[in-house]
Design a protein around this ligand. Structure first.
Ligand SMILES: C[S@@+](CC[C@H](N)C(=O)[O-])C[C@H]1O[C@@H](n2cnc3c(N)ncnc32)[C@H](O)[C@@H]1O
Length: 274
């Protein structure tokens, strides 16, 4: 998949799904936001970049926590997601700024960012080495990089349960490519180390973190009908097809239901470099 295909996805079905699911996804991913906000507060950066900031939750939380001493900028390729981020910033009177651009090629002012963070926003580059070299150029010599990314698909069965269950009905679903742009592109620590080293970042530490995520079980159907490869198919499916696929995949999520909640462990990396 090329960068422009990613651009189409995030400006099309994936972007729309994230906008429609913003409150739910921010609830699911809140523990990661806390980790990044704590990491930033410990460094007190003056200029911070949030890469692939999406609908803005992490950028806004960082701006709230760092206050007037820091300039927090979110960059993202998705127009609908940034429109929501900007509206949220206006609503809460935030100083956070948002830029619509491809972080891989954007002409950042050189050597200005003293911290670069991301919550699951760096796995979608067509050329990750070029992207991270671009982020390195945008950063000061002693800048800190703190990224959250998914470990591999096998370690994240919740994330692939829908496509495994739906496979007999949807044989044409795209397979996950561990080296291509996509959710699990940073699944291999060896690959992450190689990307960071080749792009000029030093002292990389790729640490596994297992984070429990939760959301109300009443939101599970909304989650499944919008998100991930099966959700993308269901967005365009007729009523009967959607019902048939939902009936097939729904039992695969029974093991994740705990009382009124859906709970799963997000097998992720906390990636640090300088
Ligand atoms: C999984 S979402 C994460 C969004 C946000 N960080 C969050 O945690 O809610 C990935 C984000 O990366 C953005 N993205 C993908 N490719 C990008 C690129 N080349 N430059 C900037 N943003 C990109 C997408 O538009 C999307 O908003």
């Amino acid at each position: 998949m090329t960068s422009s295909e990613q651009e189409q996805l995030w400006n099309g079905p994936s972007g729309q799904a994230w906008v429609a699911s913003q409150a739910l996804l921010d609830q699911v991913l809140a523990p990661f936001e806390t980790l990044l906000v704590e990491a930033a507060a410990a460094r007190s950066p003056r200029r911070l970049l949030d890469v692939g900031c999406g609908t803005g939750s992490t950028t806004l939380a960082l701006a709230r926590r760092l206050g007037t001493s820091a300039r927090c900028v979110g960059i993202d390729i998705s127009e609908p997601m940034l429109a929501l981020a900007t509206a949220r910033a206006q609503r809460e009177g935030s100083r956070a700024e948002f830029v619509r651009a491809d972080a891989q090629t954007h002409a950042f002012e050189p050597a200005t960012m003293d911290m670069v963070v991301s919550r699951f926003g760096v796995m979608f580059f067509d050329d990750p080495v070029a992207a991270f070299a671009n982020l390195r150029r945008a950063s000061t010599g002693d800048a800190a990089l703190r990224l959250i990314a998914w470990r591999n698909a096998a370690e994240n069965p919740f994330m692939t349960a829908a496509e495994r269950a739906a496979a007999p009905l949807l044989p044409e679903l795209p397979t996950r490519n561990p080296d291509g742009p996509g959710q699990f592109a940073f699944g291999s620590a060896t690959r992450v180390h190689a990307i960071l080293e080749a792009s000029g970042w030093t002292g990389a530490d790729v640490r596994p973190i297992d984070v429990e995520c939760a959301f109300p079980a009443s939101e599970l159907d909304a989650y499944l009908t919008r998100l991930g490869p099966v959700g993308r198919v269901l967005q365009d499916a007729d009523e009967a097809t959607r019902a048939r696929i939902m009936q097939t995949i729904r039992p695969a999520f029974d093991p994740y239901i705990r009382g009124a909640d859906v709970r799963f462990v997000a097998a992720s990396w906390m990636i640090s470099a300088g």
